[in-house]
Structures are given as structure tokens and as C-alpha cells.
Ligand binder design. Structure first.
Ligand code: CA
Length: 224
């Protein structure tokens, strides 16, 4: 899962990026409305954290531009506590949720998990595929109740596939949602990651769809 943080307060921006990276997301950041708008319109983020008070272009205008361009990315806005009219305006132009400043980083993480799973059509943080369970909150994977240790990249990849179970996901799509924009991307490494995840899980839930990518389905389930 890949997240964009648009926040002009440098300290807060860094705090958010660190917390999100620690929670297992790939993260890009922007410090003004123009850069934020550009990144949000051109990169396929899974969710965006958007401050409303931004230099160059304010958050509401940024969000309006994304929605006008047809971007449906879930957006969590950051607002000052007393500015209720900002919140109303932001929701009216397409915000999905908000956090009032000052906030606890845990609240931002919880709200992000919620918008991510809602966007993928899931009601809880626990995703299941056959005997495999992934807890997006605890960052934990179990197979038949036994805990499986994955690296952060492996977890991020499996989490993306589990959020989008039943749909064919191309290697390019995985690369775009697995790494931040500064990462030296190589879609060949995805095969290596998938191989490792398959070995660690020990059950056959990631099917290769030749020439197209991968699809997650329970063992013995319908294959694509
Ligand atoms: Ca600000």
C-alpha cells in the first residue's frame, strides 16, 4: 500500500512519514499544494493524507482538482479543530474522512486503515483467504492460526493482494503500490518476493496468471 502525505509543516510531515513507514506503507510526501496535486493526479496512491492549509494551492482546491480529474483515491484531510466550515467544504468536494489537529498519530493510522479497507470493500482489518489471515492493524499474518514472519516488503505485497483478492493484479501495479517514488523499481523482483511469500505461507493462495500477473484465491478455489 502506498500513501501520499501533503503537509507543509516539515516536522509534522516527517512524523507522519516515519509513522506510516513504520506501519509498513510505502510513502511519498509533498510540502505544498501544487506538488501535492501533481503527485496525487499522476501516481496511483492507495490513500492520501492532505492538510487543508497549504502554500501555493489550498487543500480544498487540491482535492477538487483530483476529483475533477476523476481520481477516486481515498483522502483523509487534516484540519484545525475549530474550522468546522473547512471540514464541511472538504467533505462536499470529496474528502473521505478527517483528523483534527493536534492529533495522535495512532488516530491517523486507524483512520487510514479504515479508508483503505472501505475503498477495497472490506468491513474489518482482518482479511482472510483460505487458512491465511492478515491483520492489517497488528501487521500480522497467520496460516491455520500459526504466525508467519514476513519482511515489511513481503507483508506490503501480501496485504495489497489480500485487499484486492479475486482480481488479477499485474506486476506493474504491484510495483506502483509497493514502493515510494524514489525507490529503484524493478518488476522482476516481484516474482522473487512472491516466491518467498509462497514458501513462507506454505499454502497455495497466490496464483500466477500467465502474461497478466497474480490473483489471490483460496487453495482449491476457482482458478483464473
Ligand atoms: Ca498547514
Amino acid at each position: 500500500m502506498r500513501i501520499l502525505v501533503v503537509e507543509d509543516d516539515r516536522d509534522l510531515n516527517r512524523q507522519l512519514v516515519n509513522a506510516l513507514e513504520q506501519a509498513g506503507y510505502a510513502v511519498d510526501s509533498a510540502w505544498d499544494g501544487e506538488d501535492g496535486q501533481f503527485l496525487g493526479e499522476t501516481e496511483p496512491y492507495d490513500a492520501i493524507v492532505l492538510d487543508l492549509g497549504l502554500p501555493k494551492l489550498d487543500g480544498v482546491s487540491v482535492l477538487k482538482a483530483w476529483r475533477k480529474a476523476g481520481r477516486k483515491t481515498p483522502v483523509l484531510i487534516l484540519t484545525a479543530r475549530d474550522r468546522w466550515s473547512d471540514k464541511v467544504e472538504a467533505f462536499d468536494v470529496g474528502a473521505d474522512d478527517y483528523v483534527a489537529k493536534p492529533f495522535h498519530i495512532e488516530e491517523v493510522l486507524a483512520r487510514l486503515r479504515a479508508v483503505l479497507r472501505r475503498a477495497a470493500g472490506h468491513a474489518t482489518n482482518e482479511l482472510e483467504c483460505g487458512p491465511v489471515k492478515l491483520d492489517a492493524r497488528a501487521g500480522r499474518v497467520t496460516v491455520g492460526g500459526e504466525s508467519v514472519k514476513l519482511t515489511s516488503h513481503e507483508f506490503r505485497l501480501l496485504s495489497y493482494l489480500m485487499h484486492h483478492a479475486g482480481r488479477v493484479i499485474s506486476r506493474n501495479e504491484i510495483v506502483e503500490h509497493l514502493y515510494d517514488q524514489d525507490f529503484d523499481r524493478d518488476s522482476n523482483t516481484i516474482e522473487v518476493f512472491v516466491g518467498r511469500i509462497r514458501r513462507k505461507l506454505g499454502v497455495d493462495i497466490i496464483q500466477t496468471v500467465r502474461g497478466l500477473g497474480y490473483i489471490l484465491s483460496p487453495p482449491g478455489g476457482a482458478k483464473a
